[in-house]
Design a protein around this ligand. Structure first.
Ligand code: XMP
Length: 305
């Protein structure tokens, strides 16, 4: 476990020296990793830091409004990238291709904004497990292996690249950040795209956004899991009224974990699971079936892609 105070002092010195006199754009999602980076970088280089939040159209329900409120009064720029990201994802079914398309879009949007403000460096909240899992060759986290080979940035600064998530939370505490951010559930950079198997469409994203909202509403407060969410895993038959229908199959996943490297399913009482299933099928008419995922990591990953 790192000594948070020592880490903070070292990280600030490192950001100062890496940035030099340059302006720096940073990817701020509002999660604990990027928020910690934003505080460290603001202390290191003040208003030469330009934090940018991109609404990729793949965010959770209400997320962009939450970020707007949370960071009100700061320099944060909010970019609406919904159409751009959905266009970039069109036709892609392979998980790696989807991650790469998203990683590339992120960089292109940051480059565009960097040109406008005259920034040369990009700062991002990559943590140790992102690098380990990308280097393992199974999947490219959007902010590591998912990045395009050619970028306009002369430097990428990653102040928390050696930390695990629980260490990042300790640093957030030492920085005096709000509990809401410190203990927030992880949410993947590619967003709901890794919670929809296969090709992304607006309709699928709308379905899974609503289902995620229901799952979080049912489970976060009660079980405080490491992560809980819904994923759209296919299309099957169902019956609604007198008709057989084709409807979406939604998987509910809730896991406990220490660092995201291994995980176990949360034991949810059966009657609560049934209630969640009924709520999802009632609120989202195009869903015909809901299942609960009982797999640990390994062999499954936490996300579906
Ligand atoms: P997996 O699915 O690999 O997830 O067991 C481990 C942790 O990482 C998150 N995750 C990601 N985070 N970009 C991210 O920023 C990604 O591409 C990505 N893929 C997975 C996942 O939500 C879990 O917390």
């Amino acid at each position: 476990m790192v000594n948070a105070e020592k880490f903070i002092a070292k990280a600030i010195t490192e950001i100062k020296s890496e940035a030099g006199e340059n302006k720096v754009v940073m990817a701020l999602s509002g999660g604990v990793d990027s928020s910690v980076c934003a505080v460290l970088a603001a202390r290191a280089i003040g208003d030469r830091l330009i934090p940018i939040y991109i609404d990729t159209g793949l965010m959770r329900k209400g997320e962009t409004d939450r970020i707007r409120t949370l960071f009100e009064g700061t320099q944060l720029q909010i970019i609406d990238g919904g159409d751009e990201f959905l266009d970039a994802l069109k036709g892609h079914t392979d998980p790696e291709a989807k991650r790469k398309a998203i990683g590339e879009r992120f960089i292109r949007v940051f480059e565009r904004e960097a040109r406008i403000v005259g920034a040369k460096c990009l700062l991002q909240g990559t943590i140790y497990p992102d690098r380990i899992e990308s280097e393992g060759g199974i999947k490219s986290h959007h902010n590591v292996g998912g990045m395009p080979p050619h970028m306009e940035f002369t430097k990428v600064i990653e102040p928390i690249r050696d930390l695990y998530k629980d260490e990042v939370r300790d640093v957030a505490g030492a920085l005096g950040m709000p509990k809401e951010i410190q203990h927030r559930m992880p949410f993947p950079g590619p967003g709901l795209a890794v919670r929809v198997l296969g090709e992304i469409t607006r309709e699928k994203v709308a379905v899974i956004r609503e289902a995620n909202w229901i799952v979080e509403d049912e489970l976060v407060e009660m079980y405080r899991p490491w992560q809980c969410f819904a994923a759209l895993i296919g299309l099957g038959t169902g019956v609604k009224g007198d008709n057989r229908i084709h409807g979406w199959i939604v998987a509910v996943r809730a896991v406990n974990s220490r660092d995201g490297m291994t995980a176990d399913p949360v034991e949810i009482p059966f009657d609560h699971l049934v209630r969640i299933g009924s709520r999802i099928t009632a609120d989202i008419p195009s869903v015909a079936r809901v299942v609960y995922d009982i797999t640990s990591k390994p062999p499954a990953t936490i996300e579906y892609e």
